[in-house]
Design a protein around this ligand. Structure first.
Ligand SMILES: [Zn+2]
Length: 263
């Protein structure tokens, strides 16, 4: 059976480390590199529920997108049972589950987070969005559609979550996408001639600015826009290591809930 180190090396073939942002923290972050692996759980985040699922399922390895430590969030100064993060680390280490996190390198990689998002939305002729640090993609829809229809289609394609958007008064055809928090690349989408940009974690003023600049801007949620890559990771790992048992977390869901007033 492959070791954690060998699986990390394979994942770096899919998503080379050189593609990661300099502030990021990717690769094997917890556990024993020489541990032999029979079972792998894939999830967007390593939450306590994901850790429990992995350990109950006998997994020696969790492969996740967001770093479990020392990224822009989750600084680690101590590992103590009286903090949520410390409890998580102790659970993983004592239970013998290693963690590999492929983050901004997987955002930028061919076939990674943003190619999977573009594919889920049915974009064609997908290419890199210039001036997006190699992260975002742009492509065209099979046919022009109204923004409302596009928002509904996107919501359905990404798991039925709520989509928030600002309407710049344009019909949708040339679409840029950036999974997770890619709002900073709205100007790049405008510059590239896109009528529409779908990303996540958008603030009020960014909606206003985009609409004023002639760009339809959609916030389809952080989890829904990145989750499509998990199935791809499962497929790739199964192909590369046929003896491994690999599956996507059944318990990890978007932590954000929406409630609509009855009309
Ligand atoms: Zn993310």
């Amino acid at each position: 059976m492959p070791t954690v180190r060998e699986i990390e090396a394979y994942l770096y073939e899919l998503a080379p480390k050189a593609l990661a942002m300099d502030w990021d923290n990717v690769g094997q972050l917890l556990g024993d590199p020489e541990q032999e692996v029979k079972r792998v759980l894939v999830a967007l985040d390593i939450t306590e529920a994901v850790a429990d699922e992995a350990l109950e399922g006998g997994c020696e390895l969790i492969v996740a997108h967001h770093p479990v430590m020392n990224c822009r969030w989750h600084p680690v100064q101590s590992v103590r049972r009286d903090t949520p993060q410390g409890r998580l680390f102790m659970k993983l280490l004592c239970g013998g589950a290693a963690c590999i996190c492929m983050h901004t390198n997987l955002d930028a990689a061919t076939g990674g987070v943003n190619d999977c998002l573009a594919q889920a939305l049915g974009l064609r002729e997908t290419e890199l969005l210039p001036d997006s640090d190699g992260v975002c993609r742009m492509g065209t829809l099979p046919e022009v559609m109204s923004l409302r229809d596009f928002a509904r289609m996107a919501s359905k394609a990404l798991g039925g979550h709520t989509v928030r958007y600002a309407d710049a008064g344009k019909r949708v055809y040339r679409v840029a996408v950036g999974g997770g928090a890619c709002g900073e690349y709205a100007d790049a989408a405008i510059k590239a001639g896109c009528d529409t940009f779908l990303t996540a974690d958008i603030k009020y003023h960014a909606f206003l600015d985009a609409a004023a600049a002639g760009l339809n801007l959609l916030d389809a949620g952080h989890f829904p826009t990145e989750d499509p890559v998990c199935e791809t990771l499962v497929t790739r790992l199964r192909e590369a290591f046929p003896d491994l048992r690999v599956w996507k977390s059944a318990r990890h869901r978007d932590v954000i809930r929406y409630e609509l007033a009855e009309r």
